[in-house]
Design a protein around this ligand. Structure first.
Ligand code: NAD
Length: 356
């Protein structure tokens, strides 16, 4: 494990993405998104993805020069991701959401055929930063099936994240953001353990005998499935959320649901909604409610002596604050992959000094 300076990492990622054939603007957008995921502590959605993107560009499932196309249907918009980087599509969706919410009080954007939209909290962050409420339902475009229906071990749905954001209008140093997969953990947390030999926590996965999958490598070999949020006891709730998310994203986004299309690439379909809270309230009143609710939640007594009550979005806020100062820790396996990309593209001198 070594630590890198975020700006140097972003500059390297941009150079690498340009080296894979993306125009400068696209490379800048994608690099910023990846490093922002590393900054907030979701390294599963950070620069670790660069080799995957390079492979997708090689096999033609990702077009680094493509741009998303917007289809307008009255007040609403649908975006055809068209094989472009999902980060470019996500950014376009945020622009449409905030423009429409500013004009009409609400914006709804559906997305189909998007490249991987990455950490959905990034889009929530941007919409809340402009002062709007945000809600989204994201599916895996019918593919990447990994969650088992409650009481089974058969893979049927993607890890379908649900995300909400409420702007705090200064009541907190961050906006309140809930952003999580509808499985016990995001698949990225299994990928991160692949190759480590470490045993997976027992409440993440299930096999046909009812036992958990032992190692990440077994899961990657298609053994078992991810348990829905709630686990073996109350996974019916998580699976219900995953199912409804599958449908919301497909109906509003215009893409497929699981069973309709065989896909293994990490693309997304989505339904994004932005609402102007000042249609119903005032910024001051929202800030006061956020403040009072936060104080009330934080007044709960932690069971552990060193425990602490955190709010949704707070772990990411704190991690980003710390990593901006101390740098981003990068696992050795990821460093090796970045070095190998740098060699392939002949850009080793662009690697941040600490991992060159
Ligand atoms: P997670 O379990 O790390 O966090 C989920 C939510 O819980 C976050 O909003 C976080 O702020 C909050 N949280 C975490 N610890 C907390 C605590 N102690 N107290 C209070 N709140 C706390 O998230 P995850 O399910 O592992 O998902 C990770 C990322 O993966 C997300 O950004 C998600 O968007 C992304 N994802 C993307 C896709 C895709 O296809 N694009 C699919 C699945 C997940």
């Amino acid at each position: 494990m070594r630590t890198v300076d975020p700006d140097s990492l972003e500059a390297f990622a941009q150079t690498a993405i340009e080296g894979c054939g993306a125009p400068a603007g696209t490379a800048e957008t994608v690099a910023r998104s990846l490093v922002s995921a590393d900054l907030v502590g979701h390294s599963s959605h950070g620069v670790v993805r660069l080799p995957y993107y390079a492979t997708q560009i090689d096999d033609g499932s990702l077009d680094p020069t493509a741009l998303p196309a917007v289809e307008e249907t009255g007040l609403f918009h649908q975006i055809d991701g068209g094989g472009a980087f999902g980060q470019v599509t996500g950014r376009r969706a945020v622009e449409l959401l905030t423009e429409t919410a500013a004009e009409h009080g609400v914006g709804v954007v559906g997305i189909h055929d998007s490249g991987h939209l990455g950490r959905i909290g990034e889009w929530a962050d941007q919409v809340a930063g402009e002062g709007y409420l945000f809600a989204s339902w994201v599916n895996l475009h019918g593919g990447a099936q990994r969650i088992a229906p409650h009481g089974t071990a058969d893979r049927r749905l993607g890890t379908n994240p649900i995300t909400f954001a409420v702007p705090s209008f200064g009541a907190l140093p961050f906006d309140m953001i809930y952003d999580g997969a509808t499985s016990q953990v995001a698949h990225g947390k299994i990928i991160e353990r692949d190759g480590s030999g470490e045993r997976l926590p027992t409440d993440w996965t299930i096999t046909e005998t009812g036992d958990p999958v032992e190692h990440a490598a077994d899961f990657e070999d298609q053994i078992g499935a991810l348990l829905p949020l709630g686990g073996t006891e109350t996974g019916h709730k998580g699976f219900g959320l995953a199912t409804m998310t599958e449908l919301f994203a497909a109906i509003i986004g215009g893409g497929p649901v699981a069973s309709e299309e065989e896909q293994n690439w990490a693309g997304n379909g989505a339904a994004f909604v932005a609402i102007d809270p000042t249609v119903f309230s005032t910024r001051e009143a929202v800030a006061e409610r956020v403040s009072k609710l936060s104080q009330f939640i934080r007044s709960a007594e932690p069971i552990e002596a060193d425990g602490e009550v955190l709010l949704p979005g707070e772990p990411e806020y704190r991690t980003a604050r710390d990593r901006r100062k101390a740098g981003i820790p990068i696992e050795d396996a990821v460093i090796e992959n970045l070095q190998s990309i740098a060699d392939d593209l002949d850009i080793r001198e662009f690697l941040p000094e600490t991992i060159r």
